[in-house]
Design a protein around this ligand. Structure first.
Ligand code: MG
Length: 596
């Protein structure tokens, strides 16, 4: 805990410096937080802070410009919407520039018609989409069903593209006319399809059809032409600049986004970002800032909730257990560890109340209707060292050599690691708590912080003991969480989930059954989830711990009417890649210039 104490002292000093620097340039301060979240399936590496950014050659009228930060952690390198892993540094490529057929509002759990005016299943295997009329690309060409068909066809043609897997059960995509598209499926995965509907970026056929496979799959797509509310203007090493598309088809439907310009800044440190928000130089920061509660309480910055946890939950932090190694192959040991971990201390001390403890089902609060509370009450766990010790003793784990830690039932001593990447200070504090509380229960668990690359290859390659990951993100379906946790089959590399390589064909089948339940059958979805949760909470293949927040703080010095818990129709205050179509763009439409 010593390291954590140093961190907290450093934080207090850092915040004092920032607060004291309101009217003067922020003094250089130690970087207190470096972990970032994205909605892509892997957590992006945290780069070294860049050198002091060059001032932009262009200046923008303050009352027409929205300054944002917190999505990018490196220089822009691609505007290809089919490179989702690299789009964090050009957030808005999908959402501001390229658009999707639907949006999704995680606050109301509703799909929002976007390029599509409507979509309906006309029978069990046929999905008909009606596009809006009069849509155009920003070069003036019409956006029609031909673009939708082309987009789906390139995903069929090139296995490297994100949605190629859908073609395992997609038979054809055909246009009846300019605004009607029919998808024909064979044994459809309804849960995946409905998730894809708000994630597949539609690209312009007339500009892409002459491109090579390399250009489509890995090309940077410089000077992109999209259909969305903003136009690409320019990008520098530390910023992306977007300008409102005055001819955007959506102005008539959704309204006009308030800012004429968006300047997305790569801030050198989280503290620098915080100082910029306090001074009103940055309008919206999507950085994680421990201790920000004090600043929110004093009104220096604003957040979605006025009190703890201050921010919405965005993803679930899960302790993955390598079930291919002893003793993590033993469900009794796993359940004992689940009881041993002092999650309240992680929430209240490591995060100072900025996060919430997770449901043992791993589902985010936005999907709480799919949590079977009866299963949780019967099989769930709470922090209880005595109970952890009892489960271990009952299963034959005892300290036979007198070193203070239990040995395996056959007498073999063991020492395990719990890991996270070095430099991710909030997670580093969390794994110290996980290790210390496991040791209290007699489990020899030690915290270790390898460099990011070492950590990533260990958890994808299955050589770790126990490790944190957080790739269960906001979604319209519980299937995405369970498809991640129980990703199968087991391969040499597991980049997309099930890092602990938990093998259980019955449970895998339950996840696959959920994938095939239509959204119209909510009772069926609940039943499928209940079956998964019964098995999951019995077996404890991994331990969901807390919900990372949708880190978000803003200033109302220039722009007001930000979404918060009191809004009549709240939207998501986020600039992260993947969040524009979750309501982020609507947030820009709702903004108002502060009254003079
Ligand atoms: Mg011992």
């Amino acid at each position: 805990m010593k390291r954590r104490l140093v961190t907290l002292i450093g934080l207090t000093v850092a915040l004092s410096l920032v607060l004291g620097a309101c009217s003067t340039p922020a003094a250089p301060t130690p970087q207190v937080v470096v972990q970032k979240e994205t909605v892509v399936h892997t957590v992006t590496a945290v780069p070294e802070p860049p050198a002091q950014p060059e001032p932009s050659a262009t200046t923008f009228p303050r009352d027409e410009t929205l300054y944002i930060g917190g999505a990018a952690w490196g220089p822009p390198s691609t505007w290809n919407p089919y490179q989702p892993g690299n789009l964090a540094n050009t957030t808005g490529t999908t959402g501001l520039l390229y658009e999707t057929l639907f949006g999704y509002n995680p606050l109301t759990d509703e799909l929002t018609p976007w390029l599509a005016e409507k979509g309906e299943w006309t029978d069990a295997t046929t999905f008909d989409i009606t596009l809006r009329k009069g849509m155009t690309w920003s070069d003036g060409e019409p956006l029609t069903s031909a673009d939708v068909v082309y987009t789906m066809e390139i995903n069929k043609q090139y296995p490297a593209l994100t949605y190629n897997k859908m073609w395992d059960y997609l038979v054809s995509v055909e246009a009846a006319d300019d605004t009607h598209v029919t998808f024909k499926f064979k044994d459809p995965l309804y849960q995946e399809i409905q998730n894809n509907l708000y994630n597949i970026p539609i690209v312009p056929k007339h500009l892409w059809e002459g491109r090579t496979e390399e250009e489509i799959t890995v090309g940077a797509n410089e000077n992109p032409i999209g259909s969305g509310a903003y136009l690409y203007v320019e990008a520098g090493a530390d910023r992306n600049i977007w300008q409102r598309n005055e001819n955007w088809w959506g102005i008539q439907v959704f309204g006009k986004p308030a800012p004429k310009y968006i300047v997305d800044i790569l801030t050198p440190t989280n503290n620098a970002a915080l100082g910029m928000v306090i001074k009103g130089e940055l309008d919206l920061s999507n950085h994680f800032l421990p201790g920000v509660a004090e600043l929110i309480n004093k009104g220096y910055v604003h957040s979605y909730y006025a009190s703890a946890p201050y921010m919405m939950s965005a993803n679930t932090a899960v302790l993955f257990l390598n079930t291919k190694k002893k003793p993590m192959d033993d469900p009794a040991f796993r359940k004992a560890l689940a009881h041993a971990i002092n999650t309240p201390q992680i929430v209240n001390v490591a995060y100072a109340g900025l996060v919430q403890a997770a449901s043992p089902t791993a589902l985010l609060p936005s999907l709480s209707k799919y949590v079977d509370q009866d299963v949780v009450e019967r099989l769930g766990w709470t922090f209880d060292t005595a109970k952890a010790k009892k489960i271990l003793a009952d299963a034959g784990y005892a300290d036979t050599n007198g070193d203070g830690f239990v040995e395996m039932p056959d007498g073999t001593a063991f020492s395990l690691e719990v890991t996270c990447p070095n430099g991710w200070t909030d997670w580093m504090a969390a794994i110290e708590i996980i290790a210390a509380s496991a040791q209290e229960a007699g489990i020899n668990l030690q915290a270790a912080t390898p460099d990011y690359g070492v950590w990533l290859s260990a958890h994808q390659g299955g050589t770790f003991d126990t490790t944190l990951q957080n790739n269960i993100n906001l979604s319209n379906t519980p299937w995405t969480a369970y498809n991640t946790l129980f990703n199968h089959p087991i391969k040499d590399q597991m980049p997309n989930g099930n890092f602990g390589r938990y093998e259980n064909q019955e449970l895998w089948d339950l996840v696959d059954e959920l994938a095939k339940v239509p959204f119209s059958d909510e009772a069926g979805m609940k039943e499928a989830c209940s079956n998964i949760q019964e098995a999951m909470l019995t077996e404890v293949p991994m331990i969901p711990l807390w919900y990372n927040g949708l880190w978000s703080q803003w200033s109302d010095a220039t722009w007001t009417n930000w979404p918060d818990e009191t809004s009549a129709k709240p939207t998501v205050p986020s600039t992260w890649n993947g969040y524009w179509q979750l309501g982020g763009l609507q947030t820009l439409i709702n903004l108002k210039l502060k009254a003079e």
